[in-house]
Design a protein around this ligand. Sequence first.
Ligand code: SF4
Length: 305
Amino acid sequence: MLHYRGKVFRPPFEENSLLIEATVGCSRDKCAFCSIYHDTPFAPSPMEDIESDIRFIGRNRTLFKRVFLVGADPFCLPFNRLQRIGELVGEHLPRVETIGCYASVRNILAKTPEQLSELAKLGYARLNIGLETGLDDVLAFMDKGNTADEAREALARLNEAGISFTLNLVMGLAGAGRGIENALANAAIVNEAQPQLIIVTALNVWPNAKLHDYVESGKFTPPTLREVIEEEAAFLRATELRDTLFFGMHELNPVRVNGTLPHDRDFLADELEAGIARFPDYQLDAPIRQIDRADGGLRRTGRTS
Ligand code: SF4
């Protein structure tokens, strides 16, 4: 049996990866829009458990081509531990070609360029990074823990080391009236970084997140449904990417599109703008998400396409 002590989340494109738990919880757990790990104190997984899991799979199944390290941000682990995990994978899982995990900007900046190059040689690739937004004041307001320039620096270091990456963006994170500004700031960073994959998700105000309190107190005004769709279209139109997958199919997204950039850029933006016409104005002009206190759950203001 493999050791899973915490919550197991993986990106949509890791369905065929071997999931090895490397950390439990989030090393930061402060982002205002996120409540996933509030009930899970952070801890590195014991190295003996990680080694035992890798050896166990090595003895029983060796067909996996990729390992995805489970945890909110296993790249927070010290270089020596990530190096040891990479060595164990190489030793016991010879068919594995790459190792991925969630990583924050802070995790990356805590590694030297030489250490990142070493990790690249061990197979670390396709790190999944929560960029969220390219606007400094929004990063600070949401307590993300890094600035836009730090994100730029971290992504440049990954490119220099030869470690590919996915960037996650939250449409609507800048709040009402700032969608286009956010779109252009996001596009500026991704154009510089040239990620392998971009995943966009519409903002959702979760009941246990600090952002929920900010909405209740008037400190944050969520964007409307129309603004969120327009922001995604504006972002796409501002991208200048050479070869990047674009995944906008999350269930939170009011209009779902998926393609390759730059080839599908204008088609996807057109689809998003056409999608607006499928909603009535009363939904388009309402905040994208609201808390339904009657049943403690979430009520969507717009239907999914
Ligand atoms: S968004 Fe990521 S880094 Fe921020 S609290 Fe959630 S899991 Fe942690």
